[in-house]
Design a protein around this ligand. Structure first.
Ligand SMILES: [Mg+2]
Length: 201
């Protein structure tokens, strides 16, 4: 059997929490009088989403950018509520993550923006027990760029071969593998449990 990893790096979206983007586009679109498809297309074609993930936009910048793309001007309180209205906790996976606390270094590695990070942190108390949270909006680099993985490795204090990484996006797993990290595609809580057991955790 291979040596168990000394650190586990976890993605946030669709791992610890689900994000129903279709619901987000539907709700924002309804408020702006746009179809969900038009809403998605306008948000995708704007620079805001990427800029927000890179930390180039703060809370007010995100509100202005998204509202500008959709042609509405929502007050910040209403916008913030809508903007984070599509998350649900992945309850089934949380006990397994809590079970890793103290056994391995735990690092979060997420492409996210300041509003989503601020919304989710208090809802996921287990994050306070992680060794480090690597948030793209704080480090200024996004997956699949090597820099953000290297930052996560630095914070874990481990060599890539001693680190297991879980993400639901195969592209992001491949980028980790290219650096020598032991990447795994996250699918379900049950599969995650089996993957951890196979790793000796
Ligand atoms: Mg994800």
């Amino acid at each position: 059997m291979t040596t168990p990893p000394r650190a586990v790096i976890l993605d946030l979206g669709n791992v610890l929490v689900f994000h129903d983007n279709a619901l987000l586009f539907r709700r924002l679109g309804a408020r702006a009088g746009l179809s969900p498809a038009e809403t998605e297309s306008r948000l995708a074609s704007g620079l805001g989403w990427t800029a927000a993930n890179r930390g180039l936009l703060g809370a007010e910048g995100i509100r202005r950018d998204v509202c500008g793309s959709l042609g509405v001007d929502l007050p910040s309180e209403e916008f913030n509520t809508l903007w984070s209205s599509h998350f649900t906790l992945h309850e089934a996976v949380l006990p397994r993550v809590e079970g890793l606390v103290g056994r391995v270094k735990l690092v979060l590695l997420s492409n996210t923006n300041v509003l989503h990070a601020a919304f989710l942190r208090p809802k996921l108390p287990v994050l306070e027990r992680f060794d480090s949270l690597v948030l793209s909006c704080e480090v200024g680099s996004v997956k699949p760029e090597p820099g953000i993985y290297k930052e996560a490795l630095r914070r874990a204090g481990c060599e890539p071969r001693d680190v297991a990484f879980f993400d639901d996006m195969p592209e992001f797993v491949q980028a980790a593998n290219a650096l020598g990290i032991r990447g795994h595609v996250f699918t379900t809580a049950e599969a995650f449990d089996a993957q951890l057991k196979a790793l000796g955790l």
